[in-house]
Design a protein around this ligand. Structure first.
Ligand SMILES: NC(=O)c1ccc[n+]([C@@H]2O[C@H](COP(=O)([O-])OP(=O)(O)OC[C@H]3O[C@@H](n4cnc5c(N)ncnc54)[C@H](O)[C@@H]3O)[C@@H](O)[C@H]2O)c1
Ligand SMILES: O=P(O)(O)OC[C@@H](O)[C@@H](O)[C@H](O)[C@H](O)CO
Length: 489
C-alpha cells in the first residue's frame, strides 16, 4: 500500500520552486484548487529565484475539504500537470498554519491586521464579492451582509473580514496589498470598491477610510490556468508518479499566465522571476482572457450540457459548438476591445483550441457552467451593449444567454437533460420564482432579463431580449445545432 504523504516521506526531489520559511507574508482567502495551482506555484518559484518570507497563511471559506488533508500532510500537496503527451507531478510546500474562515473568522481578521503579512490574495469566486447584479457595488442590503453590518460581531463575508482586518491594521499603520485572483474585470478596482462600500456601511472612522485609501493598494490582475476539480484518478496518478498517497492533489493544464499591475504597497515576491508579467496593460489582458476564454467557456459549457457533453473537450469536439464559439469570438468579442500591444489574437485562439481540446483535463461543463448568474455579468453585458449601441446584434452573446436560461431556468415543458441538474447557481430559486406563470418564451426571457438578474442598461435593449427569446425557442424546440445555425445568420 502507498504511504500517506507527509514531511518525513515527501519526494522533495520533485519540489516545485522552494519550500517557504515558517514566517508567512501572504494571507490567502479561498483555498480551492485554483490558488494551489496558480499563485502558490508562482510564489514557490519566486522564492526559489529570490528568497523572501512569503509563506502563505491560507484560509478555506467554509469546508475542511482541503484544510484537513493538508494539515495531515504537513501542508504539502502535489500538482499534477496534464498534457497531451502525459502527466507530471510536482510537490508544493508554501502553505503554513491553515484555517477555515467560517469556523474562526477572527483568525482571518487578526491575520490581515498582523503587520508581518503584506499581501492578502483572494480566490473566492465571483460569489465571494457579494456584489449586486444590477449596480455592481457591494450588496449591502443582501441577507448575507445586513446582519454582520448591523452588529459589531466578527464578519462572515470575505469583504467584511478584509474590511475589519484593515480597520484593525490602522493600529500599526503598516501598508498592505489586497490582490484579487478571481475572474473579474478590473478585479482590483472591484475589490477596492467593495471594501470601501463595506467600511462606509459599517460606519468606519475617517482614520480607517484614509488608511485604506492611502496605504492599501488593490492592483488589477488577470489570472489564467485551467484547473479542474480533483478526482480519484488524479490521486491514483500522483501515487503512481510520486510513490505517496496525496489526499488533496491539484490537477492542472501546463499553460499558466498571470498579468499584474505593479502596485504593491508593501513589497511582493519576485513573481516576475517566476514568469508573471507586470504591465500597465492589465485591462487589455483581462478583456482578452475574460471574453475570449471565459465568455467562450460559458458558451461551450451550456451548449455542451444541452448536448449531453459532460466535459469541455467533449463539447468542443461538436461542430455546432465549435462554430458558435469561433463565431462569437470573431463577431461578438474581438471587436469590443483593444488588444494588448503586440498581442496576436490568432495565435491566442489557436492556443485556446489546444487547451479546450486537451482530453486529460476533463473539465466538467457543469463546473464551468455553475454560478452563471454571477459569471455571465463579467462575460456578456458590456460586450453586448458595445454592439447594441451601434445597432448590431451580438447573436452569440444572445445564444449564450439563451443556453444558460435553458439550463438553469428552463421554460415550462422543456427538460434540459440530466447534466443541467448538476449546475449550481445561487439564483436558481429566484429565477424559478421570476418565471413562474410565464406563458410564452418571450415573457419567460423578459422576466429574467428585466428581473434584476442583469444590469438595467442591457434589460432596456428590447431587441436583445427578443433575440434571446428567439434563440431559446429554437434551442428548446429544435436543439443545439439548429440554434447555433440560427445564431450564425
Ligand atoms: N479553476 C480555474 O480554472 C480558475 C482559473 C482562473 C481563475 N479562477 C478563479 O478562481 C476561483 C476559484 O476557483 P477554484 O477552481 O479554486 O474553485 P474551487 O471550487 O476549488 O474553490 C472556490 C473557492 O471559493 C470559495 N467561495 C465560494 N463561494 C464563496 C463565498 N460566497 N464567499 C467566500 N468564498 C467563497 C470556496 O470556499 C473555495 O475556497 C474561480 O471562481 C475563478 O474566479 C479559477
Ligand atoms: O473559474 P470560473 O468559475 O470563474 O469560470 C470557469 C472557467 O471558465 C474558468 O475557471 C477557466 O477555466 C479559467 O478562468 C481559465 O483560466
Amino acid at each position: 500500500m502507498t504511504a500517506a504523504l507527509n514531511r518525513s516521506n515527501a519526494p522533495f526531489d520533485a519540489l516545485v520552486g522552494a519550500s517557504a520559511p515558517d514566517r508567512t507574508g501572504i494571507v490567502h482567502l479561498g483555498l480551492g484548487n485554483f490558488h494551489r495551482a496558480h499563485a502558490a506555484v508562482y510564489t514557490a518559484q519566486a522564492m526559489a529565484a529570490a528568497g523572501g518570507d512569503w509563506g502563505i497563511r491560507g484560509f478555506a471559506n467554509s469546508s475542511d475539504r482541503v484544510v484537513a488533508p493538508l494539515r495531515a500532510q504537513d501542508n504539502l500537496y502535489s500538482i499534477l500537470q496534464l498534457t497531451e503527451s502525459g502527466a507530471q507531478a510536482g510537490l508544493i510546500d508554501v502553505h503554513r498554519n491553515l484555517g477555515i474562515a467560517s469556523a474562526d473568522p477572527d483568525a482571518v481578521v487578526s491575520a490581515i491586521a498582523d503587520p508581518a503579512h503584506r499581501i492578502v490574495t483572494l480566490t473566492v469566486s465571483e460569489a465571494g464579492y457579494t456584489r449586486d447584479a444590477v449596480t455592481g457595488r457591494l450588496a449591502v442590503d443582501s441577507p448575507a451582509l445586513t446582519a454582520e453590518l448591523k452588529s459589531a460581531e466578527t464578519p462572515r463575508s470575505t469583504i467584511g473580514m478584509i474590511a475589519r482586518g484593515l480597520t484593525r491594521r490602522v493600529e500599526s499603520g503598516e501598508p498592505m496589498t489586497v490582490l484579487s485572483c478571481d475572474n473579474l474585470q478590473s478585479a482590483g478596482e472591484v475589490t477596492r470598491a467593495a471594501v470601501t462600500d463595506y467600511l462606509d456601511a459599517a460606519g468606519a472612522s475617517q482614520d480607517v477610510v484614509d488608511f485604506v485609501q492611502k496605504s492599501v493598494s488593490f492592483p488589477n490582475a488577470m489570472v489564467d490556468r485551467i484547473v479542474p476539480k480533483t478526482t480519484a484518478s488524479h490521486t491514483a496518478a500522483v501515487a503512481g508518479l510520486l510513490g505517496v498517497e496525496d489526499q488533496a492533489p491539484v490537477p492542472a493544464e501546463d499553460f499558466t499566465m498571470w498579468v499584474l499591475e505593479d502596485d504593491f504597497a508593501a513589497g511582493r515576491p519576485a513573481w516576475d522571476q517566476a514568469g508573471a508579467l507586470f504591465t500597465d496593460e492589465v485591462e487589455a489582458y483581462e478583456m482578452v482572457k475574460l471574453r475570449l476564454l471565459n465568455g467562450s467557456h460559458s458558451l461551450i459549457a451550456y451548449l455542451g450540457v444541452l448536448s449531453g457533453a459532460a466535459t469541455i473537450d467533449a463539447s468542443w469536439s461538436l461542430d455546432s459548438v465549435r462554430s458558435a464559439v469561433l463565431g462569437g469570438i470573431e463577431h461578438d468579442y474581438l471587436p469590443t476591445f483593444t488588444l494588448p500591444t503586440g498581442f496576436d489574437a490568432t495565435d491566442y485562439v489557436a492556443q485556446l483550441d489546444a487547451r479546450w481540446r486537451n482530453p486529460l483535463i476533463g473539465h466538467a461543463t457543469t463546473q464551468v457552467g455553475s454560478d452563471g448568474s454571477l459569471k455571465l455579468l463579467q462575460r456578456i453585458p458590456d460586450a453586448a451593449l458595445f454592439h447594441l449601441r451601434q445597432g448590431r446584434m451580438p447573436h452569440h452573446l444572445a445564444l449564450c444567454t439563451a443556453a444558460w436560461i435553458a439550463c438553469v431556468a428552463p421554460p415550462l415543458g422543456f427538460t434540459p437533460g440530466p447534466l443541467a441538474a448538476d449546475i449550481r447557481d445561487p439564483a436558481r430559486e429566484a429565477l424559478a420564482e421570476a418565471v413562474s406563470g410565464a406563458v410564452t418564451t418571450d415573457d419567460h426571457v423578459r422576466r429574467i432579463l428585466g428581473g434584476g438578474f442583469f444590469p438595467a442598461e442591457l434589460a432596456a435593449e428590447d431587441s436583445f431580449t427578443q433575440r434571446v427569446a428567439e434563440l431559446l425557442a429554437v434551442l428548446t424546440r429544435d436543439g443545439v445545432p439548429a440554434a447555433t445555425a440560427d445564431a450564425a445568420h
